[in-house]
Design a protein around this ligand. Sequence first.
Ligand SMILES: [Zn+2]
Length: 131
Amino acid sequence: MTSSNRNIIEKCDVCGGDNPEPSIDKFIFQCRFCGFEKNKIQAGHTDNSNLIFTDDVNAYFKDKYSQLKKDETFELIVPVSRFYKTPQPQAGQVNFSKSKNIMFLLEQHGFQFVSRKSRFSTQLNLLVRKL
Ligand SMILES: [Zn+2]
């Protein structure tokens, strides 16, 4: 095959869905399946210490998993957009999640949320346990 003009198909970091259509805003990847958004031009942190700044949300949870023992818990506080409100982006923010994106990622990486505060807030505050 010679050179082609095929677009690079972007895959969603959360659900793996591909988005062949260019996003409305080309700097923001927006998943048409799960609603996860990622700023494509913002350089992410590679230490994976903060979910909204990490270059790779899956690496964030993999690191957490390797740092904790079974049944150990950690507090996960992350801004999430709700249908009625989107939190103000933070400077340098890479990843923009909905609460269902976080629940999905937790499940995928072997975690379970134990409790949550402020159910309707745009600040998700979860106590998470490694299974
Ligand atoms: Zn997705």
